[in-house]
Design a protein around this ligand. Structure first.
Ligand SMILES: Nc1ncnc2c1ncn2[C@@H]1O[C@H](COP(=O)(O)OP(=O)(O)O)[C@@H](O)[C@H]1O
Length: 220
């Protein structure tokens, strides 16, 4: 069954870590729109110039550009996916629904990772990412010499992980993404997950939530 799952939650709630694990377990494609945008920045060009000022201050990139990027990615991944970082606004959610509906498909469910703000701030201070393979985690997970535990290349803090930038992203999240979460909750398609627990515990909860979403889907 080609599952279409979306992962919602504030910055640093663990969407990258859990999204990758979930996609691997379910044999689905995985997209982190944040990682994709950071790759665009590294490669340079007109799109990089367009998004750089927004990313630098923790703002959301325009819906039209994000939908264009997604349209291209979705067309290349038709066998099911986990989306991390999209839809981040109600307009992006409308786009996704229409895109899937045109193919006779729909989102199967949304997972919302929940973490208190104070804990998010702590995580941001310790967060690192591997520019080579996209792995994301905490500094204490790195191997000696700041090496990525997944591919061995050098990991680094993200340019946008200053406290000020996080605060702006968090406000954007409350204003634009929480309404998306409420939409899925109202539809009975939201699985909230306590993501303040250790990584393996959260993975287990995500697995249970996805199994529940699958069996709900079979009953519907
Ligand atoms: N769907 C999207 N719409 C608008 N902006 C986005 C979207 N996805 C990613 N971004 C931009 O990329 C940044 C980093 O995203 P991400 O890596 O998911 O980090 P986090 O969830 O920790 O903020 C966001 O703060 C935002 O500026």
């Amino acid at each position: 069954m080609a599952l279409h799952l979306i992962l919602l939650g504030p910055p640093a709630s663990g969407k990258g870590t859990q999204g990758r694990r979930l996609a691997e377990r379910e044999e689905l494609a995985y997209l982190s729109t944040g990682a994709l945008l950071r790759e665009v920045l590294r490669n340079g060009g007109p799109v990089a110039d367009e998004v750089r000022p927004t990313l630098a201050v923790g703002g959301y990139v325009s819906d039209s550009l994000m939908c264009d990027i997604l349209e291209d990615w979705l067309a290349r991944h038709e066998d099911g996916w986990v989306l991390d970082g999209f839809p981040r606004t109600v307009a992006q959610d409308d786009f996704l629904k229409h895109w899937l509906a045109a193919k006779g498909q729909a989102v199967d469910g949304a997972l919302a990772l929940e973490v208190p703000k104070a804990e998010l701030v702590q995580r941001i201070e310790e967060r690192v990412e591997c520019p080579s393979c996209g792995w994301s985690g905490q500094t204490n997970q790195l191997k000696e010499g700041f090496q990525c535990p997944s591919c061995g290349e050098k990991a680094a803090r993200r340019d946008d992980d200053s406290l000020e930038n996080f605060m702006h992203r968090f406000e954007e999240y409350k204003e634009h993404t929480v309404p998306v979460i409420e939409r899925y909750r109202a539809l009975g398609m939201l699985a909230p997950v306590d993501a303040s627990e250790p990584i393996d515990v959260v993975s287990k909860c995500v697995e249970q939530a996805v199994n529940q979403l699958k069996s709900d889907g079979q009953k519907a």
